[in-house]
Design a protein around this ligand. Structure first.
Ligand SMILES: *Cc1c(COP(=O)(O)O)cnc(C)c1O
Length: 401
């Protein structure tokens, strides 16, 4: 008997993922279809990646056209799609220059290298970087040391030293640990993997002021929050605070691997020829897709819709929370990055939702996380709310006897 796709992957691919028993074969907008022809509504978008939806015609066309023209020549030469994406990113952000790579961890890795150069050049050799407890910055050796979660680091010690973790939202704690060795703060404006946590209103401005006072770099990891996810092109816009450096990845090319470091010139100028590099970074096919993503996201009408849909989704979740106080603790998030904090484990609910045809995710054990394609419609949200209502009605919190 021939093996199924799932058997082959379980046998021959290293078991680093707790995979759900579904094999997806195609998608369209917010819809996914598995190999048995069953359809699903996607409220995860490949973890905040397919922000324009699956099989977006504009993105697909750009990929096809570029693939038939030129796929790779290396960064020893100039290519047109890279110029277009750099122009769009700089025009629509605080940044003066961009470095392109292929993933989120790689973007953060590069930003940490830039922070080291900054410490040497401007702060007498300062080398330490402050990050937040509960943060997530990636799985490479530097970024897992930066990540403020012990479970991600387990087994990989000794870790790269000189990361200082402080509680998210606690400005006093940041002030208290500050010393002359600190060259940068690296943080997500809203914690993603950490449980969809929005900081207190003045936190980002406080961190900005402290970095300014000490001459340290402020680096925002907007790998998950950026590119329209929160209803603004970048989440920091909600707080009126701009960083010196920002990392992007996930949604940048709507599913093709792309990452970027954006920086003000004072920082970006520290990367001279030979200081950093990537073979695949800014490949023409990936950049052709990214150009369509950025052109779509920067259309003001598009972001207006994301804000409206996000507000509608949040209202419906709040309504649901009111009806199921025994299972729901609260609703949090911004735009279409929303979390339903439960009083019970979330994994069984995610499993039930999947059986009912809804793709969602649980983070930090008890937070259902919703990151749908930004083109999700209100009827699609209503369908999810209906399913959630059913699974919450059945869920019984463990009663202490
Ligand atoms: C996903 C994520 C990363 C890591 O990105 P990869 O592309 O998986 O390396 C880093 N930071 C944040 C905030 C993320 O959500």
């Amino acid at each position: 008997m021939s093996q199924t796709t799932q058997q082959k992957i379980d046998q021959w691919v290293m078991n680093t993922y707790a995979r759900n028993p579904v094999t997806f074969v195609e998608g369209d907008g917010c819809q996914l279809k598995d190999e048995d022809g069953k359809t699903y509504l996607d409220f995860l978008a490949g973890i905040a990646v397919c922000n324009l939806g699956h099989a977006h015609p504009g993105v697909a066309q750009a990929i096809c056209n570029q693939a038939l023209k030129l796929t790779h020549v290396s960064n020893l030469y100039y290519t047109q799609p890279q110029a277009r994406v750099a122009e769009l990113l700089v025009k629509h952000s605080f940044a003066d220059q961009v470095f392109f790579c292929n993933s989120g961890a790689e973007a953060n890795e590069g930003a940490l290298k830039l922070a080291r150069l900054w410490g040497k050049e401007k702060l007498n050799g300062a080398f330490a970087v402050v990050t937040m407890q509960g943060s997530f910055h990636g799985r490479t050796m530097a970024t897992l040391a930066a990540t403020g979660q012990v479970k991600i680091q387990k087994g990989y010690d000794p870790l790269l030293p000189e990361f200082r973790h402080v509680p998210f939202g606690d400005l006093q704690a940041l002030q208290d640990i500050w010393d002359e060795n600190i060259c940068a703060v690296l943080m997500e404006p809203v914690l993603g993997e950490g449980g969809v946590l929005v900081p207190p209103p003045e936190f980002l401005a406080g961190v900005r002021a402290l970095c300014d006072q000490r001459g340290a770099l402020l680096i925002f990891d907007e790998i998950q929050t950026g590119l329209g996810r929160t209803g603004r092109l970048f989440a920091h816009e909600h707080f009126g605070v701009a960083p010196d450096v920002m990392t992007l990845a996930k949604a940048l090319a709507n599913g093709l691997p792309a990452g970027a470091i954006l920086a003000r010139r004072e920082a970006s100028a520290l990367f001279g020829a030979g200081a950093h590099a990537s073979t695949f970074g800014a490949g023409p096919v990936v950049m052709a897709a990214a150009a369509v993503v950025l052109e779509t996201l920067t259309d003001p009408k598009f972001m207006g819709c994301v804000q409206e849909t996000g507000a509608y989704f949040k209202d419906r979740l709040l309504e649901l929370a009111g009806k199921h106080p025994q299972a729901v603790e609260g609703v949090r998030g911004l735009g279409l990055m929303l979390g339903l904090a439960l009083t019970i484990p979330g994994a069984p609910l995610v499993k039930q939702l999947l059986q009912m045809g809804f793709v969602a995710n649980c983070t930090q054990d008890t937070v259902l996380r919703f990151l749908p394609p930004l083109v999700v419609t209100t009827p699609e949200i209503d369908a999810l709310i209906g399913a959630l209502s059913q699974v919450l009605a059945q869920a019984r919190p463990e009663v202490a006897s």
